[in-house]
Design a protein around this ligand. Structure first.
Ligand code: XLS
Ligand code: NI
Ligand code: NI
Length: 435
């Protein structure tokens, strides 16, 4: 089946063909842009080409070794990845250094392996037009990084991490990636009894500054991203959520170069909605890219499931459109097939489900905006700031005393109803009005 399928076609909402898109019609223009340009889907290398279904209690349920090992396996995975992306019509991919090339015993050996694979990736890119959305370095998997990378108590570890990021940025430049991601990995701590938080945070600020300076000096024009996550693997991750990261970036003067890579499952782990995190990024001028997945509210860890909840994808795309759409960012499926979905066909089915959920979300978000009821309601709700005392205050013409004098004789002041349930019914109306 896997080999027989050359390309996943768009067949429309009525199709019952599991290997077809029902909503993702790549070239369909909606709100002035092609669907593919709105969504900018990316394949995550680690989940797609490497993850074999292991969990805390058991080993792999799918074999992705292709009967090979080492650099041969690495090359075979490049072939596999590009074939998969072509079948799906995905134009971008994301990877950590160690996802694509085996680690050597030294940094130099690892970098050599990476460079070799980068050349092969470039060849494939030139044949297909596919390119990375972003590149990153895995600085959490090996024992070296057990206490963090930039926030390790050991300066040699800091230096090794710097070397990995240098190689990652070099790869990003060579492959034309418009982004470079820093997900905290083990940048955080488990107990204060053994941790110098002030030094660790300062080192992290220095690390990101060094990376930014190197990248810019070498001509990297894309965005650097921080990917917030509140916990897991450490108990207290320094990049807790968007607000925490925004404060961190401001403290170290990095807001011109860094944006947010918001992951849905990390948002919910932080006790926020996905939509909240996206809005916080946008209002802070830090909206960048998205790791598209969904968590399980009953489990409470980073389950990295493929996103199929259309309510969430709709509200996500609503935020994306309101933020002006993606420039360098996109929707990276940081998501993996469930352990029991253990065939290669499942990988296709996962991506089809995720891509269709986002295509439908995009269509519905545009409908929600065109419908206008929500925007109108919000505009009316805040109308008192458009003139009178509200406007005067916003334009800086009032003082605490003048406001006190204005308010002194007011009686029975209450805001209008927030109408939450009505507005939720409007969302349902837009989502399901075809019934
Ligand atoms: C882990 C993160 C990771 C980043 C890339 O929770 O989501 O996969 O996206 O390092
Ligand atoms: Ni992620
Ligand atoms: Ni994650």
């Amino acid at each position: 089946m896997y080999d027989e399928i050359k390309r996943i076609p768009f067949e429309g909402a009525k199709s019952k063909n599991p290997f077809a898109f029902r909503y993702y019609d790549k070239d369909r223009v909606i709100a002035g842009k092609k669907m593919s340009d709105h969504l900018r889907f990316a394949m995550s290398w680690w989940h797609t080409c490497n993850a074999g279904g292991t969990d805390m209690f058991g080993g792999e349920t799918i074999d992705k070794s292709f009967g090979l090992s080492g650099m041969e396996l690495a090359r075979a995975k490049v072939d596999f990845a590009f074939e998969l992306m072509q079948k799906l019509g995905i134009e971008f991919y994301c990877f950590h250094d160690v996802d694509v090339a085996p680690e050597g015993e030294t940094l130099a050996e690892s970098v050599k392996n990476l460079e070799e694979i980068v050349d092969y990736l470039l060849k494939k890119q030139n044949e297909t037009g596919i390119k990375p959305l972003w590149v990153t370095a895995n600085m959490f998997g090996s024992k070296t990084f057990m206490a963090g990378a930039a926030t390790s108590p050991n300066a040699d570890v800091f230096a090794i991490a710097a070397g990995k990021v240098k190689a990652g940025i070099d790869a990003a430049i060579k492959l034309g990636a418009p982004g470079y991601v820093f997900w905290g990995g083990r940048e955080g701590y488990d107990t204060l009894i053994n941790t110098d938080v002030a030094l660790e945070l300062d080192n992290l600020g220095k690390f990101l500054t060094l990376a930014r300076d190197y990248g810019r000096a070498k001509g990297f024009k894309g965005d650097f991203y921080i990917e917030p996550k509140p916990k897991e693997p450490t108990k207290h991750q320094y990049d807790f959520d968007v607000a925490t990261c925004a404060n961190f970036l401001r403290t170290y003067g990095l807001t011109d170069d860094f944006k947010m890579n918001v992951e849905a499952n990390h948002a919910t782990l932080a006790g926020h909605t996905f939509q909240h995190e996206l809005r916080m990024a946008a209002v802070n001028g830090l909206f960048g890219s998205i790791d598209a997945n969904q968590g399980d509210m009953l489990l409470g860890w980073d389950t990295d499931q493929f996103p199929t909840n259309v309510y969430d994808t709709t509200l996500c795309m609503y935020e994306v459109i309101k933020a002006g759409g993606f420039t360098n960012g996109g929707l990276n499926f940081d998501a993996k097939a469930r352990r029991q979905s253990n065939t290669f066909e499942d990988i296709l089915l996962c991506y089809i489900a995720g891509m269709d959920a986002f295509a439908l979300g995009l269509i519905k978000a545009c409908e929600l905006i065109n419908d206008g009821r929500i925007d109108r309601f919000i505009a009316e709700r805040y109308a008192s700031y458009n003139d009178g005392i509200g406007r005067s205050m916003r334009e800086g013409r009032e003082t605490l005393e003048s406001l006190a004098a204005y308010a002194a004789e007011l009686k029975g002041v209450v805001p209008q109803s927030g109408r939450q349930e009505y507005l939720e019914s409007v969302v349902n109306d837009v989502l399901f009005s075809g019934v």
